[in-house]
Design a protein around this ligand. Structure first.
Ligand SMILES: C[S@@+](CC[C@H](N)C(=O)[O-])C[C@H]1O[C@@H](n2cnc3c(N)ncnc32)[C@H](O)[C@@H]1O
Length: 248
């Protein structure tokens, strides 16, 4: 799925602010001086962490998202962005904190890609590093194939508003892949001006399987949270792993 930076930044949902606050607390808690965000997008989280760290790097496959990120970070000098996939990168350094936020790992549709990504991450960690992986809770999904669900109504920077809806069209339960359509309605002067639709596929790996993959690739689960307040409830929609290298 190709992201549109303007539509992406129009999302006003309150949990997104909680998410930024969570990463701010985490950087402070870990005393992280060097950080790496995988799938950095428009720099929504990244730009807010720059004042807290010595140096930050971000990686994304989308040139338009990276351009938006550069604009958002223009007041800072302590960062570097890379156009690369998180399944294939070598930055020749390690980081105190690596994070892959907001379900982005679920863009990887095969176990091979998941493993490649995790091994690349491991190669950028030192004994004290932490890796935060934020995904949907694979044991706790409810599907509605009939109805469109409205996610939010947001404001566009250049005026007008945008309404986002989504619908699940298919679930491939053998490969744990969910097929969805995201629909954006741009509204100007009270009328629909444009409708954009994006097809998206997301792999939502069951938690037990995810645990096995993490262990197989050399990670130890230090903590598991289900919200951005560092707590856990098993019926939550989200699962956030705090990982370190196994055996250190
Ligand atoms: C849901 S957005 C998250 C952006 C940002 N991390 C945030 O939380 O606001 C997912 C981002 O991951 C990027 N992305 C998707 N697959 C990728 C891959 N294989 N390698 C690097 N970036 C990827 C997309 O281009 C997009 O910018």
């Amino acid at each position: 799925m190709e992201y549109d930076p303007i539509l992406y930044d129009s999302d006003p949902r309150p949990f997104l602010k909680d998410e930024i606050e969570f990463y701010v607390k985490l950087v402070n808690k870990l005393k992280a001086k060097t950080i790496l965000e995988l799938g950095v997008g428009t720099g929504r989280i990244f730009s807010k962490l720059l004042p807290l760290v010595k140096f930050a790097e971000g990686l994304d496959i989308s040139e338009s998202m990276l351009t938006a990120c550069r604009n958002k970070c223009s007041g800072s000098m302590n960062y570097k962005l890379h156009k690369a996939s998180f399944t294939d990168f070598n930055l020749q350094t390690t980081f105190d904190l690596i994070y892959l936020p907001f379900n982005t790992f679920q863009h990887l549709l095969t176990q091979e890609e998941q493993i490649e990504c995790l091994i690349n991450i491991k190669n950028h960690m030192h004994v004290g590093s932490r890796f935060i992986l934020d995904v949907m809770n694979g044991d706790n999904l409810i599907f509605d194939f009939e109805n469109w669900k409205q996610d939010y109504v947001g404001t566009l920077a250049e005026g007008g508003s945008v309404e986002r809806e989504q619908k699940t069209i298919k679930v491939d339960s053998k490969n744990f892949i969910i097929h969805k359509i995201f629909r954006y309605k741009e509204i100007v002067a009270g009328k629909i001006d444009k409708i954009l639709e994006f097809n998206a596929q997301m792999k939502v790996t069951p938690n037990k399987k995810m645990g096995e993959i993490l262990q197989m690739t050399g990670f130890k689960i230090e903590d598991v949270w289900s919200d951005y307040a560092f707590s856990y409830t098993c019926d939550a929609k989200k699962i956030i792993y705090c990982l370190k290298l196994n055996g250190v």
